[in-house]
Write a protein that binds this ligand. Sequence first.
Ligand code: PML
Length: 245
Amino acid sequence: MKEYFSVKMRASLQGKHISGAERIVLKEDLPIVISQLSQRPKDFDFLNIKVEKINDLHYIEKSLNIKTFNVKDWIEGNKVAVEILQNQGVDKKVAEKYIDLIHQGAADGENMRGAMIVSLSGERLEKDKIRGVRTVNVDFEDRESITQLLKEKGYTERTVDAIALATKNLNHVSIVAEYCISDDPDYTIGYVATKTTYYRINPLKQKSNEKGGRIYFVKDTVNIEDLYEYLEKKAFLIKNLGDLQ
Ligand code: PML
């Protein structure tokens, strides 16, 4: 009987979060993974590694497909993003309003710690608007070979994490789309995820902007307690990578 564990690492420097990562691994791989994750942040004064046994593991057969749009600038990137969101039933004004907020810092000018939840009718539904909701407990079953394959094709380790996270999100019946930009001022590629596809948009934010975050667009009928339980508790391994389009 295989035993799986979740390993979560977070590190900070002078009170500022600088690095975070998560893996779901077999018990025998814990020493190597804990060692790898502890070496990830270069400079820190606080590092926490949490290891938890997973008792109820679920599987997703295939991740979202990946399609890339290379665009002139982040303004054009966001036009593409809004069009994709509109095709999923998100109102143009609702999409633009919350996208603007993410680019300006959705927690009173600072980044939210987790994601924003917005209903199709335009209401914000997070229980705590500074904290937001955090999607955790998801990984690829064979992370190593998927990472290698994606890196060979010019994707980054961030893409690997983001596809896993978006695949878990869109697997929930109430989430219709996700919008994401990084809070790393140098990382300008972002994405919009739909039920089938991870649309990677390059660029989606202005270089040197330190603001970033995620928006989960949900059906009006969403049960928020159920959604939090799913995103923050339920554990998933993804078996295969979707198509690269
Ligand atoms: C990509 O390269 O596919 C986009 C990844 C966005 C990552 C967001 C983040 O790391 O915060």
